[in-house]
Design a protein around this ligand. Structure first.
Ligand SMILES: Nc1ncnc2c1ncn2[C@@H]1O[C@H](COP(=O)(O)OP(=O)(O)OP(=O)(O)O)[C@@H](O)[C@H]1O
Ligand SMILES: [Mg+2]
Length: 260
């Protein structure tokens, strides 16, 4: 996915959709996720994603809502995907629409999530006995099986092959691309006085079989700490009832999407 220009082509169909009101292009719902709704559009090669205020944690056991999260997340993810497209990473992102919608390329999503951890936090800290925020000798890349029924269990390459979730070549690609994205994102966030503690990526196959980065990159999917105060500016504030949840999303939005 990293050869060629990352930015998807702005075909006449996309230009046409961008000029229309959401209600005219919104087709049937294809997928109701916990944080986003995915719709068909009048174009087969374009999907509409709606970012919602709904928030869940601990495998959906904790449910709630974060005021304006959909709007903040849609703009944050759009800004980051644009940046990655410019850096030559193929992403599904096409256009931001109104405040909480995006046009994206439909992908056949891999049931595998890639997590990169630059510092210890969350389940890694619990599982291996680190303190939250401990530094690591080297960053860690992990795979998880996207399965709500099984509680998104941890996987290694052998599990992925045994379950035939993707090919050996695709595993290599996922790892290489995710490391490149980590380097790009760390620098991007550092420029905005944010430390990227860890994050999750989802990839899918495009119509031609190429692996493309999908889903979202937001404070729902990244741990982001203020570089000097080390304040948490991500979903951990919701997970652990830390207060000032909306303010955290708004602050990341301010630092990331401001220039858009
Ligand atoms: N470009 C894309 N094409 C097809 N599906 C996508 C694309 N980008 C993201 N998705 C999928 O759309 C859904 C987004 O919804 P959301 O993030 O709310 O789901 P989730 O609750 O996290 O997970 P899920 O509902 O899949 O268990 C996810 O299943 C994600 O894998
Ligand atoms: Mg999701």
């Amino acid at each position: 996915m990293t050869d060629g220009i990352g930015s998807p082509e702005r075909t006449p169909e996309i230009v046409d959709l961008v000029g229309k009101p959401i209600n005219e292009i919104k087709g049937e719902i294809i997928h109701k996720g916990k944080a986003k709704l995915v719709y068909r559009t009048t174009e087969e090669s374009v999907m509409l994603m709606e970012f919602m205020d709904d928030a869940t944690a601990f495998d959906g056991k904790k449910k709630g809502s974060i005021s304006s999260k959909g709007m903040y997340n849609s703009h944050i993810s759009a800004a980051i995907m644009r940046y990655l497209n410019q850096c030559g990473i193929n992403t599904h992102f096409l256009e931001q629409m109104e405040d909480r919608f995006q046009l994206v390329r439909p992908l056949d999503m891999l049931p595998v999530e890639v997590v990169i951890r630059n510092l210890a936090a969350g389940s890694l800290a619990r599982r291996l006995g680190f303190d939250e925020g401990d530094s690591l000798e080297r960053p860690i890349l992990e795979f998880y099986f996207k399965s709500d029924e099984l509680g998104d269990p941890w996987l290694n390459r052998y599990h992925i092959r045994a379950l035939d979730l993707c090919s050996d070549d695709e595993i290599v690609r996922l790892e290489e691309d995710s490391w490149r994205i980590n380097a790009m994102l760390r620098e991007y966030f550092l420029d905005r006085d944010l430390e990227l503690i860890d994050f999750k990526l989802e990839y899918g196959r495009a119509a031609d079989g190429a692996l493309v980065l999908g889903d979202e990159i937001t404070p729902d999917t990244c741990r982001l700490w203020d570089i000097s105060s080390r304040d948490k500016l991500d979903k951990d504030r919701f997970r652990h009832d830390m207060g000032e949840v909306e303010e955290a999303y708004q602050e990341v939005y301010r630092r990331v999407a401001w220039e858009d």
